[in-house]
Design a protein around this ligand. Structure first.
Ligand SMILES: [Zn+2]
Length: 280
């Protein structure tokens, strides 16, 4: 595993120079997003010979909220702390690659921020993953949403034969239980519960100030597994729900807004239709 960064002004190393071919790639906005949203890919590749997992973190973590013992940490120190935590998680999770692109959130929120698009295109060309996990189009964190849109934009620059087979929009700052079942991808994450906790607990700086991420993430996965079907016993003990965003990388003319509006219309129709069945 190598965890490379490009924010070191001394070395100016190329964060993509050691990228291997990967089967599963997760692209997240911040350090810890990948461990929250892409456990399915991490588990699929953990200690496997042929499956290889890679992580790409887009921002440098400079804007991280801080409290408690981290209250007086400077922005530059926080960048280092978060990079170290991400490297620790990558080691725990047996990632084949971990790339920190080190951009500022304010840059990433501009969809015409070309350096990011170009880096993502190169990442896809080198890694050629089959399955890609990123933020979903209903995430309420604007930097997450921007990263998801950048990923779609970058994949659309690739020739069709180099594109991933699947693009999953995953849960962080919005759970996806509200989606109609036909728009959900249910990802079984029942395996290795201790590994999952260790991955999330690698981010001490995010937790000690008063955010109980470990239990919150596990709680969501347990709830997803139990509340999928009112009539059947639980098929899995833990489930992650993803929005299947693959149509957006198959059809370059499909706008992300139109794609999301169709999903929201289907959600409204389902809920309203159930009520109409009683109330007319
Ligand atoms: Zn985040």
């Amino acid at each position: 595993m190598n965890c490379l960064k490009n924010f070191d002004s001394v070395s100016r190393e190329d964060p993509l120079e050691n990228i291997h071919k990967l089967t599963h790639l997760a692209i997240g906005a911040h350090q810890d997003d990948i461990e929250i949203m892409a456990l399915h890919g991490i588990l699929a590749c953990y200690k496997q010979e042929h499956n290889r997992f890679g992580a790409c973190v887009v921002t440098d973590g400079r804007g991280t909220p801080r409290s408690g013992e981290y209250a007086n940490v400077s922005d530059d120190e926080m960048v280092e702390i978060r990079a170290t935590e991400q490297a620790k998680a990558a080691k725990i999770g047996d990632y084949a690659n971990c790339v920190l692109l080190g951009h500022q959130s304010s840059e990433v929120r501009h969809l015409d921020f070309e350096p990011l698009t170009s880096e993502l295109v190169r990442l896809f060309q080198l890694a050629q993953p089959k399955i890609v996990y990123t933020h979903n189009l209903a995430d309420k964190h604007k930097t997450h949403l921007a990263v998801g849109l950048h990923v779609i934009k970058a994949i659309r620059r690739l020739p069709k034969e180099l594109r991933p087979e699947k693009l999953y929009g995953c849960e962080v700052w919005r759970s996806l239980d509200f989606l109609p079942d036909e728009h959900k991808v249910l990802l079984d994450v029942s395996a290795r519960p201790e590994l999952q906790s260790a991955l999330i607990n690698a981010y001490r700086s995010q937790i000690v100030g008063g955010k109980n991420y470990e239990q919150a993430v596990i709680g969501r996965l347990l709830a997803n597994a139990t509340f999928q079907d009112a009539y059947a016993p639980d098929a899995h003990s833990r489930l992650s729900i993803a929005m299947d965003m693959t149509p957006l990388i198959l059809d370059d003319q499909l706008s992300p807004r139109a794609f999301m509006r169709d999903i929201l219309r289907a959600t409204r129709d389902e809920i309203d239709g159930n009520l109409a069945g009683f109330l007319g």
